[in-house]
Every structure is written in C-alpha cells, then in structure tokens.
Design a binder for this molecule. Structure first.
Ligand code: SF4
Length: 307
C-alpha cells in the first residue's frame, strides 16, 4: 500500500480542510450484497471512507473491518478498480449496479484520483445500467460518459438533498456541494437523457423535518425537473448514533435534548414518524412527485457465468 497526500480542496464544499487520500488496491470491483431491502444486488465502491463528513453517515462501520482509521479523514482510493472491473464484466449479467453504496463516488478525492471515468466507460461498453447518488456537483464532469451509459442501457442518478438551509447543510454535510448547486445540477443531468431524482433522506427530527423545510426541497426538486423524491427517516445505529448526537450537541445545542428524548421514547418516535410521513405524502400529492425510479436493462439480463 502506498500512502499519498492529495489536496482535497473541493471548491464548492463548505469544508476545505485537507484530508488524507491513501492509495490501495482491490481484488473485487463488483460487490454482491445480501440486503433484502435494496432494489439492486451489486455495488461498486471506488473509495472507502468519505470526506463529505455527513453527521448521519450510515457507512461509518465499514472502516472498522479494515482498521481504516478515521472514516472521514482517511479516504482509501482503489486505484486498480477499473482493471479489476474490466476482468469481471465479460462474465457479469446486465443487472443495475449501484455506484457508491458505502461511499460517495464523487467526493473531493475524485477530483484528483479520477477513478470514475474509466469505471463509467467500461459500464457503457458492457451495457450495464447504473444507479448513482451523490452530494457533489463534481459528477457533472462526467456527464458525457453518463450519457453513454444511458444510451447503452440506463443511467439513474440522484442527488441527496436533506435541506435547502445552507447553515444546516453546512453543519450536517460539511464536505459536500451546497444544496442549491445540487438542485441546479439536476437540470444538467437531465440534458443527458438520464433520469435524476432527489433523495430527501435522512429526515432529521427538529432540523429538517419541519413542513417548510420539506416543502422547500419538494418545490425546488419539481422546479429543477427531478423525476422523483425519495424520502426516509433517520435510523440510528451504534457508530452513527454516537457521531450524530455528538455533532448535534456541538452545532444545535437547543435541538439536542429534544432529539435525544425522541429517540429514547418509542411511542413519541412512532408518532413523530407518522406525522412526518403524512406531511411527506401531502407534499408528494401537491407536487405530483413519485417516490422512486429504478433503471431496467433494455435487454433481459444474461446468466451470470462462473469460472
Ligand atoms: S456522502 Fe454518504 S458516504 Fe459520504 S459521508 Fe455522507 S452519508 Fe457518508
């Protein structure tokens, strides 16, 4: 393993701190997961770790397996991933592949590492449909390749937008592009013919769950031409729970006590979720916005072959 330091100054991010990018190699590019809940079976993660530093990040546990240090500050770049993918693709079915299940493929490291262009080019060559969700406008750099994937099979993109409030976004997703820039990027993505949605998730009680806050996202998403808005509540697992509560305590001291109480009271939390989803449904109707759009291959998938 070679250790390199690359400047990660994402020009449009809130946080322009230096993070460490560590070159590494992988043995597998296409990862088959066992989740019953996800509508796709394969992920490609070109990085481990993510400098977007979302306080609600659900992927923190992935660094534990490799003793990887700080999930946000020690980002591992899989420099051989395109070569590995090139070997795997001739035997792969044309099932949709999710680009970035446990990281953001267009986080600041990608500006210099440029791992995604070769990955996209290969997926276009082999007509593999893609799903890609990001919080970075850096994805616009690769629009031509996304257009190629979409012409060969299908490309379904999405931007996560949890709030349009810059102060809140800067505190909960400090390494990402500003929400208004993500919304503006939807228009550019749509020009390629790819579908593009908004992931309004996780919805954080007291910070982003108010009707005004939710409506601002629905309204902008509609205006930008988004195909759907997917919503989801904030689920707190061990490492995420600790990280989120510590960050809320620092950045939103007045909301901290309420949030803690809510997550310690099952009845109150159930009532909160019901009210929140009923607001979401009201907005979904008002803006005529579906809840998701999955890419399907233009041809039936071929059988996966083994050695
Ligand atoms: S963009 Fe996704 S992977 Fe990256 S820190 Fe945020 S939640 Fe985690």
């Amino acid at each position: 393993m070679v250790w390199i330091l690359l400047p990660l100054a994402a020009s449009r991010a809130y946080n322009e701190r230096m993070d460490r990018v560590i070159e590494t190699t992988c043995r597998t590019a296409l990862y088959r997961h066992n989740s019953k809940w996800l509508p796709f079976k394969y992920d490609i993660n070109v990085y481990r770790g993510c400098a977007h530093r979302c306080i609600y990040c659900y992927a923190l546990y992935t660094h534990d397996y490799i003793g990887g240090g700080d999930f946000f500050g020690d980002v591992y770049a899989k420099t051989n991933i395109a070569d590995v993918l090139r070997r795997e693709l001739p035997r792969f079915s044309r099932e949709p592949v999710n680009l970035g299940g446990i990281t953001d493929s267009y986080q600041p490291a990608e500006r210099d590492c440029k791992l995604m262009p070769r990955v996209l080019s290969l997926l276009a060559d082999f007509s593999v449909p893609i799903i890609l969700c990001t919080k970075s406008t850096l994805v616009l750099r690769d629009l031509e390749l996304i257009s190629r994937v979409n012409a060969a099979s299908r490309a379904a993109l999405a931007f996560t937008v949890t709030t349009l409030n810059n102060r809140v976004a800067g505190l909960i997703e400090p390494g990402s592009s500003r929400p208004q820039e993500r919304m503006a990027a939807i228009r550019e993505v749509k020009k390629t013919g790819a579908s593009c949605g908004v992931h309004l998730m996780p919805i954080i009680p007291y910070l982003t769950s108010g009707e005004e806050s939710l409506e601002a996202v629905f309204s902008e998403a509609k205006e930008a031409g988004a195909d759907y808005v997917l919503t989801g509540a904030l689920n707190l697992k061990s490492a995420t729970r600790k990280q989120l509560f510590e960050s809320i305590k620092r950045g939103f001291s007045s909301e901290y006590a309420n949030l803690k109480e809510l997550y310690n009271d099952k009845t109150a939390y159930g009532a909160y979720k019901q009210a929140m989803y009923s607001t979401v449904e009201k907005l979904r109707k008002k803006y005529d916005m579906p809840s998701d759009a999955m890419p399907r291959p233009k041809q039936e998938p071929t059988q996966l072959k083994f050695f």
